[in-house]
Design a protein around this ligand. Structure first.
Ligand code: IMP
Length: 185
């Protein structure tokens, strides 16, 4: 059984359901169909940005029915706080050779856009054929970096969310849907 409480306390703060599992499943299936259509005969390599994207990537990939590959890179920009540290630290390098390949970067959430702009620059240095960006969530009002996001699951307000891979000081990733910090804490 999936872990789906209506509300949850994480590090002493109350979070309530924001995007239900049903809504997530439906939208992720749609994105999978778009990838099947847009990448036919391209054998894309999906690159998950760890840690946050692992659940989204795992679910998305199971809707992809064209030949594809996967690899991971690990970045950290948040530390254990609710606001980005403003500095990207790389913790795990890519293993695959992506030269001449179609890369699909898979992110859990775009906030300021710092992590993704860093990733796109880094990927382009490896001479891929194309770099496509997918994010499950986009805090569009908070984005300061100029990045073209190709597929967005859900545009959201500038609020702190967790669950479905996203954490608050490393807790809450195991929640099966997305929760938002309740202002009436
Ligand atoms: P950016 O570099 O400012 O766009 O931040 C992107 C990263 O910050 C994401 O990959 C997440 O790991 C983390 N992040 C941003 N907003 C949230 C949030 O609301 N909850 C949990 N993590 C977040």
């Amino acid at each position: 059984m999936f872990y789906l409480p209506d509300e949850v306390f994480v590090n002493g703060e109350r979070f309530k359901t924001y995007i239900s599992k049903e809504t997530l499943d439906k939208r992720i299936a749609e994105i999978g169909q778009e990838i099947n259509r847009d990448f036919v005969d391209k054998r894309p390599i999906l690159i998950g940005i760890l840690n946050g994207s692992f659940i989204f990537l795992a679910d998305l990939m199971r809707h992809i029915s064209i030949p594809c590959e996967v690899d991971f890179i690990k970045l950290s920009s948040y530390g254990d706080e609710k606001v980005s540290s403003g500095k990207v630290t790389e913790r795990k390098e890519l293993d695959a050779n992506v030269e001449g390949r179609h890369i699909i970067l898979v992110e859990d959430i775009v906030d300021t856009g710092l992590s993704l702009s860093y990733m796109v620059k880094k990927m382009k240095e490896k001479h891929p054929l194309s770099v496509t960006i997918i994010t499950l969530l986009h805090k569009f009002e908070a984005t300061k970096y100029d990045i073209d996001i190709d597929y967005v699951g859900f545009p959201i307000k500038n609020e702190f969310v967790l669950g479905y891979g996203l954490d608050y000081a490393q807790e809450g990733r195991n929640l099966a849907q997305i929760y938002v910090l309740d202002p009436e804490n």
